[in-house]
Design a binder for this molecule. Structure first.
Ligand code: 1CP
Length: 349
């Protein structure tokens, strides 16, 4: 028996991901839930980040907040890329104002034992949260997500946020066999984490390889792409978005790794991105997240430029080129949603 299509199946977001005609360009924002919203700060008061991620009522409420406020075309599951690592037993925490911090960073082959497979029983709160959200969201699609093997490895190897990813790259270049085993473990954990979300009803996924732009294309192909491809292949039953920052040189390879939609940061105009990626893929992006601080006329003009550039693509999901900055005025994002939905024909633009 085939399952009935989800109520979100014909949403503008999923149609754009599948490169089908849309009633309007769909829009959502990376990091749309979070510190820019006063209602988020209120709910998080007194709840540590990782505790919040493991509490279905909080996950549901926080995920819904930006959908209510902005009327975006998709919700993104409230969690963090390090949640599956914590779930398999890695000793880490999310430190306010810093980000993920790993107690004992990954150093040697013996550390592979600290990265066992993830099973659905390790994350019952994820299944419960996704189910509750899908029921609440009705026709609005829920995007599940995970960190890609390279970006997860960077936190494990560096022990926390890093600018140059120096230790990570030293391991990759200096001990390629150990690197391959590490990325293989991380791919196995990541794909299981995405499967849990899709099996519970998420209707698309985004694989965040936020920091992979640190690599040249040849090394991306040799050391990273096969592992990301294995992750993406495991969730081929839903549209897959593949995103990183500073990845102008990697866009074609990231598309070839199996994505349906390639996320583009603000550095590359979407029409150029489309040329680099080639046919058969949609694109997502790419308003510079700092433009919300510019005067409204400038913001409006840039939104229009991104919409115009997006016409070059077979499918376009409007987004920022990276996550919402914490200082962002929510009204500026509301304005962006209204302008995107009004489209290029709107004379007010
Ligand atoms: O609304 C949403 O978008 C969902 C929430 C979300 C997402 C998609 C959070 C909540 N984290 C993420 C993904 C994530 N986490 C990424 C990929 C996206 C990106 O590139 O921005 C990365 C790199 C992380 C790692 C991480 N977690 C950082 C960045 C640190 C660095 O290296 O610069 C930080 C600050 C966190 C903590 C975190 N995750 C999410 C929130 C709201 C927070 C802040 C913690 C808090 O409020 O205490």
């Amino acid at each position: 028996m085939t399952a009935a299509p989800s109520p979100a199946h014909d949403s503008a977001f999923l149609r754009a991901c599948r490169r089908e005609p849309v009633p309007h360009t769909p829009v959502w924002f990376m990091r749309q839930a979070g510190r820019a919203l006063p209602e988020y700060r209120a709910v998080r008061e007194g709840n540590a980040m990782l505790d919040a991620c493991a509490t279905p009522d909080l996950v549901t409420e926080i995920t819904l907040q930006p959908v209510r406020r902005y009327g975006v075309d998709a919700a993104i599951f409230f969690s963090d890329i390090v949640v599956p690592l914590k779930a398999v037993g890695v000793d880490l925490d999310i430190v306010p104002g810093v980000g993920p911090v790993v107690q004992s960073p990954f150093r040697t082959a013996a550390d592979l034992d600290r990265l066992p497979e993830l099973t659905p029983d390790d994350v019952p709160y994820i299944t419960e949260s996704v189910r509750s959200l899908v029921a609440e969201l009705g026709g609005t699609p829920l995007i599940g997500f995970a960190g890609a093997p390279f970006t997860l490895a960077s936190y494990l190897v560096e022990g926390g946020p890093s600018k140059n990813h120096a230790r990570t790259k030293a391991l990759m270049y200096g001990e390629p066999e150990l690197w391959a085993r590490l990325l293989d473990r991380l791919a196995t954990i990541t794909l299981a984490f995405l499967r849990v979300q899709v099996d519970a009803g998420a209707s698309a996924v985004q694989l965040f390889d936020s920091w992979v732009g640190a690599l040249p294309a040849a090394d991306y192909r040799a050391f990273v792409a096969p592992h990301s491809a294995r992750v993406l292949a495991a969730v081929a039953d839903v549209p897959r978005i593949h995103f990183g920052v500073g990845t102008g040189e990697l866009l074609a390879d990231m598309g070839r790794a199996g994505a349906d939609v390639v996320g583009v940061d603000w550095r590359v105009p979407l029409s150029d991105a489309v040329q680099r990626i080639g046919p058969g893929r949609a694109v997502q992006g790419n308003l510079d997240p700092t433009l919300v601080f510019a005067p409204r006329e400038v913001l409006d003009r840039k939104v229009r430029e991104v919409l115009e550039e997006g016409k070059a693509a077979e499918g376009h999901v409007f987004n920022l080129g990276h996550g919402v900055l914490p200082e962002t005025d929510p009204d500026a994002l509301l304005r962006v949603v209204e302008r995107v939905h009004a489209g290029l024909d709107d004379t007010a633009l």
